[in-house]
Design a protein around this ligand. Structure first.
Ligand code: NAD
Ligand code: UDP
Length: 320
């Protein structure tokens, strides 16, 4: 039996946040979900509102937050390039002021705080697969910099609070994750391809499709996040979190066409600038420290995600 905790999840109504809230409630904890709905809909957490252990607050983490909790997961930040590039200044503020505010809160409460960092701290990596020791190859002023450099600054803040105030931090570098509850218009590659395939629209590969990504199913990722939070206090990261199975974007498009049985055509569109050529996590550290590794294969995860989007599109609730 474990102690019931009061857990703050910022960005709790987003894709990963809503899965995390469900998982924590399932473990018997109280969850305080904070979100300003910048890149998500309330619908993701609506079914949790009846639970007496769940509370939802509309709040922007760039402003201070005064609450009493035992643990913090800081997930607030748009994750899709179209969303984080829509208002780049707000993205930087969310990464940096959001981190400062949540770290200040954690310092007052002296509680554990997890930071949702990202594989984007490695930029367009020259080292492959990426290990935690690699410092990255990031354009400091390109169109992705609001997110990449914002997240790098957040890591610097987390480690500074750890060194200076002995704050119990956990920094996880999340690689591309997918699954149900991604927003259909989110713009990320898996949601785009599945929605396009289900609607019989052209499947839009940016560039020639030879760039690679490694895709982790959401349940595996949440398992890793929760087990990282529960790991010994000395283990602070940074730690890669993802699935090392690596695919080209063209392979992904073909798999989606195959699994949906769609008649969609695969077409090529211009590659956005600074789009990383390759990405694959080295997860030796997570395996060693947590005994964790992903279990769900891309094909199985895609099937579950396709079933989710299929039902959403039939309901018509997100098509507007
Ligand atoms: P998402 O966009 O679905 O969720 C982010 C949530 O944060 C949204 O609900 C959004 O409304 C909220 N938010 C944004 N700005 C906010 C602010 N200023 N104040 C309060 N709430 C705010 O994205 P996601 O995929 O769930 O990502 C969650 C976290 O994980 C992000 O920090 C992201 O950078 C990180 N991450 C995700 C992935 C991935 O593949 N999903 C990969 C790397 C890192
Ligand atoms: N991508 C694509 N078609 C799309 C959306 C994305 O070819 O409709 C490509 C994108 O250029 C990138 C990869 O898929 O090379 C992953 O993009 P995503 O936005 O999901 O995440 P990120 O680039 O941040 O890894």
């Amino acid at each position: 039996m474990h102690l019931r905790k009061r857990v703050l999840v910022t960005g709790g109504s987003g894709f990963l946040g809503s899965h995390l809230c469900e998982r924590l409630l399932g473990e018997g904890h109280e969850v305080l979900c904070v979100d300003n709905f910048f890149s998500s809909a309330r619908a993701n957490v609506e079914q949790l509102l009846d639970n007496r252990r769940f509370e939802l607050i509309r709040h922007d983490v760039t402003f201070p937050l005064y609450v009493e909790v035992d643990e913090i997961y800081n997930l607030a930040c748009p994750a899709s390039p179209i969303h984080y590039q829509h208002d780049p200044v707000q993205t930087i503020k969310t990464c940096v002021h959001g981190a400062i505010n949540m770290l200040g809160l954690a310092k007052r409460l002296h509680c554990r705080i997890f930071q949702a960092s990202t594989s984007e701290v490695y930029g367009d990596p020259d080292v492959h697969p990426q290990t935690e020791e690699y410092w990255g190859h990031v354009n400091p002023n390109g169109i992705r910099s609001c997110y990449d450099e914002g997240k790098r600054c957040a890591e610097a803040l987390f480690f500074s609070y750890w060194r200076q105030s002995k704050l119990p931090i956990k920094v996880g570098r999340i690689f591309n994750t997918y699954g149900p509850k991604m927003h259909p218009n989110d713009g990320r590659v898996i949601s785009n391809f599945i929605v396009q395939a289900l609607q019989g629209k052209d499947i839009t590969i940016y560039g020639d499709g030879s760039q690679t990504r490694s895709f982790c199913y959401v349940d595996d990722l949440i398992e890793c996040m929760v087990s990282f939070m529960a790991s010994p206090e000395e283990f602070v990261g940074p730690m890669n979190m993802g699935n090392p199975g690596e695919f080209t974007i063209r392979e992904l498009a073909e798999k989606v066409v195959d699994l949906t049985g769609s008649r969609s055509k695969i077409v090529c569109e211009p590659l956005p600038s600074d789009d990383p050529r390759q990405r694959r996590p080295d997860i030796s550290l997570a395996k060693k420290m947590l005994g964790w590794e992903p279990k769900i294969k891309l094909e199985d995860g895609l099937k579950k995600t396709i079933a989710y989007f299929d039902s959403q599109l039939k309901e018509g609730s997100h098509t507007a």
